[in-house]
Design a protein around this ligand. Structure first.
Ligand code: ADP
Length: 356
């Protein structure tokens, strides 16, 4: 049970004025909103997720019950927020979007929970960053659809149990491992989103180009897809950058030559790596003999946040096989050396590395 305050008037105040920070329920800015898929057909890839969801949604509709709470995890930009929006629109319900760091004070989460209506979806991004108090408020809310609160001073403390409408919580995280197990256990469905294939990303590129009225060939779309690190958000960003380039330097049309030339100028290589990714690999090779080296050391040397390295850079470098994670830290793989055009260290050096 969450002890939220010793203020006896709190219950009345919450009932009168549920505090929902405006920024916590903003859904989209206009660019994102215009290209964000709203239904299963326009949500490209993630086939097994879509198949599972279609069945779950159909069953919930037939039973006339709200959906189970769901947790989506995976690197940023893979479509966790988007799929939550698709689920809401397929169910014909509202979605309220917030992020754990915005739920600092108990009244932030309480305000949102009390503003929900039956069947609505509450989406909490970065849910692994929820603080302990907010988490404890969520447990009975998720399990029994109640808010359990203690008000008053210690001796005169009163417990209030406020019923909530039956809602669905959708959590998203880049780090499922950092969720506490009581919270994780309260999700009826947990699904990991995968990186997208080049063909899928080419479809994302073509869809976005169509919406933004950008003229692009199939080969041009593929060229952008190849350098999008398996991530739709990056593919969308690159379409816009390449289109700017095509308008300024050419007639606006994107073919593979235009795409490749502009991506080279943007210093995004054939693997989709940017300057930071290359700096990371170079650092490990040149300063630490290829590793292993701890992520804190890497972050400090690159003047980057550990979170950025772990959440943004590493997942793709690991997936692309350029970086390896070992018990003693990160190591550049032979493929990573090759990609940067560096000589792979001799077998003798590598034999000393006993922990592989
Ligand atoms: P996440 O919440 O995982 O960080 P988002 O859901 O915000 O990622 O997606 C980032 C962008 O990528 C969105 O603007 C959306 O338009 C696009 N996108 C994500 N998934 C898909 C998909 N499956 N098909 C098409 N576009 C997608």
């Amino acid at each position: 049970m969450a002890i939220i305050s010793d203020d006896e008037g709190l219950e009345k105040r919450i009932k009168k004025n549920p505090i929902v920070k405006s920024e916590t329920i903003e859904y989209d800015n206009t660019f994102e909103s215009s290209i964000r898929p709203k239904d299963f057909d326009s949500y490209i890839g993630q086939t097994s997720l879509k198949e599972t969801l279609k069945i779950i949604l159909e069953a919930a509709k037939k039973r006339n019950k709200p959906l189970d709470h769901m947790l989506f995890y995976g690197p940023p930009g893979l479509g966790k927020t988007t799929i939550a929006g698709v689920i809401a629109s397929q169910m014909g319900v509202e979605i309220k979007i917030t992020s754990a760091p915005a739920l600092e004070r108990p009244r932030d989460i309480i305000g949102i929970l009390m503003s929900l209506k039956g069947g609505e979806i509450l989406f909490i991004d970065e849910i692994h960053r929820l603080n302990k108090v907010a988490e404890e408020i969520l447990y009975p809310a998720m399990e029994d659809f109640t808010l359990d609160m203690t008000t008053g001073k210690t001796q005169t403390a009163k417990t209030l149990r406020i019923p909530l409408p039956k809602f669905t919580l959708i959590g998203a995280t880049t780090k499922a491992g950092e969720l506490s197990s009581p919270l994780r256990d309260r999700f009826g469905m947990i699904h990991r989103l995968e990186f997208y294939t080049i063909d899928e990303l080419a479809q994302v590129v073509q869809r976005t180009a169509k919406i933004l009225e950008i003229d692009i060939t199939e080969e041009g779309a593929k060229a952008i897809a190849k350098r999008s690190r398996g991530t739709p958000r990056i593919a969308n960003r690159l379409v816009k950058r390449v289109s700017d380039f095509a308008i300024v330097k050419y007639d606006g049309k994107i073919n593979s030559e235009v795409a490749n030339e502009s991506l080279d100028i943007l210093k995004i290589d054939e693997f989709g790596l940017d300057n930071t990714d290359r700096a990371l690999l170079n650092l490990i090779i040149e300063k630490y003999d290829g590793g292993p080296v701890g992520v804190e050391t890497i972050a400090a040397a690159l003047s980057e946040d550990v979170r950025t390295i772990e959440d943004v850079c590493e997942p793709y470098l690991l997936q692309a096989g350029l970086l390896q994670r070992t018990p003693r830290g990160r190591k550049v793989s032979p493929e990573g050396y090759r990609h940067l055009g560096k000589n792979i260290p001799s077998l003798q050096t590598r034999l000393f590395d006993t922990e592989d």
